[in-house]
Design a protein around this ligand. Sequence first.
Ligand code: ATP
Length: 697
Amino acid sequence: MPMYWPSLTTMPYLPENAKDTLCRNVTIYGRCRYEDKGCAFNHDPSKLNAHQADSKKRFNVDSPSFTPSLLSGNGVSAPKKSTALSPKAVSAAPFQPRTSTRSNTSTPSGRSEATQDWTVADVQEFIPQSFDVVSRSCRRSGFCSDVVMPGCPDSPRENEDPQRLGRNAWGLNYSGQMSFAADMLQQGPLQGNGNGGITSPSAFDPFVTTPTPMTPGAVGPVSANPYSHDATAAMGGAFFANQTGFQQPVQYHLYAPIGPHSQSTLGYQRNVHDLFLPNEIREELQKKSAATLQTLPNTQLPAQVDYFHSLVPLDLNHQKNAAIFGYPSWIYKAQSSKDGHFYALRRLEGFRLTNEKAIRSVQAWKRVCNGSVVTVHDAFTSRSFQDSSLIFVTDYHPLSKTLAEQHLGAGNMAISNRFQQPRTNAHIPEQVLWGYMTQIANAVKAIHDNGLAARVLEPSKILITGKNRLRINACAVLDVVQFDTQRTVPDLQRQDLVNFGQLILTLGANSPTIMHNPAKAMEHFTRAYSPQLKNSVVWLLNSLQQEPSRDIDTFIHGISAQLMSTFDSALHMDDQLTSDLSRELENARLVRLMTKMSLVNERPEYDLDPRWSDTGERYFLKLFRDYVFHTVDAQGDPVVDLGHVLTCINKLDAGSDEKITLISRDEQSCFIVSYKEVKKALESSFQALMKPTRRMH
Ligand SMILES: Nc1ncnc2c1ncn2[C@@H]1O[C@H](COP(=O)(O)OP(=O)(O)OP(=O)(O)O)[C@@H](O)[C@H]1O
C-alpha cells in the first residue's frame, strides 16, 4: 500500500486542526517520509497527547453544556471505530459522556484520534452509538477493516462475521432477500441540521413531537426544496419537469413498503422484485406496447386511408360473415397522422352511403364516454380499398379478445397463436358472470342516457381488454347502416335489454348455438347458476312483453347488491395497482439521473482535454461513478449490489449532506465530498454540456 499523502493538491479538504492531528503515516509506518516535505500533520505523538489532555479538560463530564446526542460540533455523529470493535467493550463501564469530536470520521484527524484510542488500555468506556452517518468509501470495500460504510453491505457492522452475512450478487442474501434494505431502514430519514451536518436518528427523541415534512404546514427541513435548485435551469423543462410548488422531503427517496405484503419476510427484508413492477403486469404492458407498435411490411393493404397509415389487420380469419351488420366487416389497427395515436378502423366492405344524415349520427356516439364502451371517434367513407367502404374509427385496445373468442371458441386456432392460450371450454364462474353483467349494464345505461341504443350486444362484439374487463364494441355501426329503420329509440332500447339477456344466457350455457333452443339453454343455465342470476336473465328476456315498460335503471336497481360487490373488486384492483405503481416511484428519477451522469462522464470528444475530464468537478464525478458502480471486494472481485447503487443514486438525487470519500483508481488521491456537492457538480457539468461554447469558462 502506498504511503498516505494527505496534502496532495487534488485533495480539497485539509482539516483546520491538521497540526493537532497525528499523521496517519506515523500511525501505520512509525514515521512519515513527507514530514519535512510539507506534510501538514503532527508527527510528534507526545505533543498531541498534551493537547488532547488539554481538550479533555475543556470537555468533560463537568461541562455544563454537554448534550448526550453523540453529535460532534458540526452536527455529524461521532465515529464509532474502535469502541465498537474492541473486545473490552463487552465488559465496558456504564455510559459516561465524554469528549465529543469536532471533525467527521472521514478526515485524517479522525483516524489519528482513533489511533490514540486504539490501544486496549485506553478503552475505558463503552459509548453506545448508532451507525456512522458519515460514510467512507474504500474501493476494496469488501469487509474493509477501517471503513464503515452504511449502505455498503460488505462493511463490517457490530462485530458481524462477514461470512455469516452470506451475500451473493445483487446484494441478496442466501434466503433471497435484498441486503440493503436493512441499511436503508436503519439510516432512517436524513435531515439537514442547518449546519451543513446531518442529524442522525440517534438524536431522535420519542417524547418530542417535531413537525414531520408530511405534516401540513410543517417547516424546517422541508422549507427549502432540496431539488428545486436545478429543476428547470439544469435540464430544461423538457428533460426534467419543473418541480416548483411541490416540496418533496428527502425521506421520499426511500422506497416505502406499501401493501399488500408478503408474510414470509421479516420487516426489514426486501426481495429485489419488491422494488419493481410485478412481472406479470410488466410483461402484459410490454406485450401490449409491442402489439401497438407492430407493423406489417409488404402488405397489400393501402398505405393511406384518409388520415391513417400503417394498417395492420386484427381479424383472426379470412371468412367474414355479414350476419351482424349486413356487410362483411374488417378490423385494422392504424396510426393517425393527425395526432400520432393508434386507432382501430372497422371497415364495412361494399357499403354505399345514400343518406348523408346517416353518417352524422356518429356525432352523438362521440359523446358517450364510458369505461365499458369502446369510444367511437369518427366515421367516413373511403375508396382506398378499391371499393366503396364505410370506415368507423374507434379506440384501439391492444391484445383484446372478444367474449366469443374467450368463451365460445370463435377463431380458436388463431387465438392460440395470438394470445398463446387457447380458450378453455370451462363454465364461467358465477362471480365472473355477475362482473360481466354489471359492466354491460354500466355501458347500456351510459348509451341509453345519451338517447341512443347499443343495437349490437353480441359475444363477438364485446371486447375483453384486461382481466374480466369488458367493453362494448362496434357501437354506432347499425345507426349508420340501418339509418332508415322504423323502430323508435325506446323500442330499440328495450331490444337492447332482450339482447343483453340472450348474451348472458349464451355465455352461461357456454355454446354459441344454444340460443337455437332457448328452453334447453335456460334449463342448462338454471342448473349452473343461482336463482338470483337466473331471475335477472329472465327479467331481461321478458323486457319487450311486460308492462309497465322496463328500462336499464330498473334493472340496475334490481342488481344493486352485485354492483356493490363489483365496485368493491374494482377498489381492490385500484389498491393493488396503486401499490404496484409505487414500486416504480423512483425509477424515472433514477434513470434520468443515471442518464445525466452517463452524459457527463468520460465523453470521448473531451478525452484529451484535461480541463474537461481530469480536473475539478468532472474528476470527482468520475470517481463517484466508480464509487457507485465499480466497487470491488477484498479479493478484487466486483461488488454487484443493487442496494448500494440505489442508495447512492437516491442520496445523490436528494443532495444529502452525507459525506463520502472518493479514492482515485491508483489510490494516490482522495476527495471527501458530500452528495450535495456531487449533485451540484453534476448539475454544473451538465449545464456546461448544454452550452458547449461556454463550457471552458
Ligand atoms: N377496438 C379494437 N381494438 C383492438 N382489437 C379489436 C378492436 N375491435 C376488434 N378487435 C379485435 O379484432 C378481432 C376481430 O373483431 P371483430 O369485431 O371483427 O370480430 P369477429 O370475431 O371477426 O366477428 P365477426 O366474424 O362477426 O366479424 C377480434 O379479435 C377483436 O379482439
